[in-house]
Ligand binder design. Structure first.
Ligand SMILES: [Cu+2]
Length: 172
């Protein structure tokens, strides 16, 4: 066993200096990208959100589903609302209701959770949003493609997490 040298540090050699400089410049670049991306990025997190009582939000979604219901799939209503405010509730372990939207129309998609933290992932477009109980997140959404999109929960929400899948339909 040998003790460490008394002066263990040595001046940086050229190679190390170069890498430290590159890493530092990269840090500055990445830091600058955060605000730049916020204004320039085409996909950003929703900036509009409201405080909401989870129970009240659920009631709102139920009334909304009742009003625009056109069908039923495994007990979950299929809902075709007009452009404007539409609602989606996450709860253990279900997305409610199934939305049928129209391509090219603009919707304000309100998303919230009744119980725990969920994650709304729209596939295969790879859009991801946090779904937080107590907050109504408003996502401005204009579908540019028609078809069936999968909704999965990408935030572990206990035992039934893996069955929390649904879909979003977009018609021409
Ligand atoms: Cu979930």
């Amino acid at each position: 066993m040998f003790p460490p040298e008394r002066v263990w540090w040595k001046p940086l050699d050229r190679m190390e200096k170069n890498w430290v400089t590159i890493a530092f410049i990269w840090c500055l670049f990445m830091t600058a990208m955060m605000p730049i991306w916020f204004f320039m990025g085409r996909q950003n997190v929703p900036v509009t959100s409201y405080r909401v009582e989870p129970q009240a939000f659920q009631q709102k979604v139920m009334d909304f589903a009742e009003q625009y219901k056109i069908g039923d799939e495994n007990g979950v209503p299929v809902v075709a609302p007009p452009p404007g405010d539409v609602y989606l509730l996450a709860r253990q372990w279900q997305w409610y209701p199934i939305l049928q939207l129209k391509k090219g129309e603009t919707y304000r998609l309100h998303v919230s959770s009744l119980d725990v933290l969920h994650g709304l992932s729209i596939q295969p477009t790879n859009l991801n949003f946090q779904v937080i109980p107590g907050y109504d997140y408003v996502i401005e959404l204009t579908p540019t493609d028609s078809g069936e999109f999968s909704l999965v929960c990408n935030e572990y929400c206990e035992i039934g997490h893996h069955i929390m899948v649904s879909k979003l339909m977009v018609t021409e």
